[in-house]
Design a protein around this ligand. Structure first.
Ligand code: DGL
Length: 269
């Protein structure tokens, strides 16, 4: 048994889509979430900046003596984690491995699409990892920078959303992929429109849901579950305004988080 908390972080509130899945898979675990709302977005920043922010976020979560840290952010998982994973004495799990594992099992025609922020796509990490499984796989990638602001402004399923989805996904669809990795925290909220555009024949891989399944397997394997099942708790930390996080975070998480959020100065870590 291991009653320490699971630490999760993201550049902002998007990572709550992964937290929702972790709560489903592992309902008895304590979760400490950090959303770097003061420095979001990460997806359009240089690799050096993403590395610096990611290291600070990990150092902050380590102050809680967590048993594992989950990087819910697609950008930090792809542009930073491969370089820094050996710097810390705590297991760190990113979203890429889990999403790639699911995608290579889902595809029948070996054509996989990947969408994410510019930072994620520039890192080349998805293509690299997919080809490590099978070098015959064909990978079609596309950065979709307008998806994050659409989601943050509540444009989940509007005519504008549909036009932008078509603009970004036209080429990937034309390549005949049968599997598409949603490689960013925010994209599950666009899943309906993306599914309608790509069609029933294309399996969408939700990286947050896959990392939650992966984490469950990892805790099962290491017998590292929390056994104080009546006492689990959720705590949220942000680096900017609390009230907007509470409001939008509730939508991402589909549960009320008012009164459970604290603000910290992430520059100190
Ligand atoms: N959380 C980021 C990701 O999954 C999206 C928002 C941002 O650009 O920081 O890549």
């Amino acid at each position: 048994m291991n009653n320490k908390s699971i630490g999760v972080f993201d550049s902002g509130l998007g990572g709550l889509t992964a937290v929702k899945q972790i709560m489903r898979e592992l309902p008895n675990e304590n979760i400490i979430y950090f959303g770097d709302t003061g420095r979001v977005p990460y997806g359009t920043r240089s690799r050096d900046t993403i590395l610096k922010y990611t290291r600070g976020d990990i150092r902050f979560l380590k102050t809680f003596d967590v048993k594992v840290i989950v990087i819910a952010c697609g950008t930090a998982s792809s542009a930073a984690l491969p370089m820094i994973k050996d710097e810390f004495d705590v297991p760190i799990v990113g979203v890429i491995d889990a999403a790639v594992y699911a995608a290579v099992r889902a595809t029948k025609n070996k054509k996989i699409g990947v969408i994410g922020t510019p930072g994620t796509i520039k890192s080349g990490e998805y293509e690299k990892q997919i080809k490590e499984y099978d070098s015959d796989m064909q990978v079609y990638e596309r950065a979709c920078p307008m998806f994050v602001p659409l989601v943050e402004n509540g444009y989940f399923d509007t005519p504008v959303t549909k036009i932008i989805v078509e603009e970004y996904l036209e080429e990937i669809r034309a390549q005949g992929v049968d599997t598409l990795i949603l490689g960013c925290t925010h994209y599950p909220l666009l899943e309906k429109v993306i599914h309608e555009y790509m069609g029933d024949g294309v399996t969408l891989i939700n990286s947050g849901a896959e990392v939650a399944k992966y984490l469950k397997k990892k805790l099962d394997g290491e017998m590292a579950h929390n056994d104080r099942i009546d006492e689990h708790q959720y705590r949220y930390y942000v680096s900017d305004d609390i009230s907007s996080f509470e409001e939008l975070g509730g939508i991402f998480l589909e549960r009320e988080i008012n009164g459970q959020v604290n603000k910290i100065d992430i520059e100190q870590y």
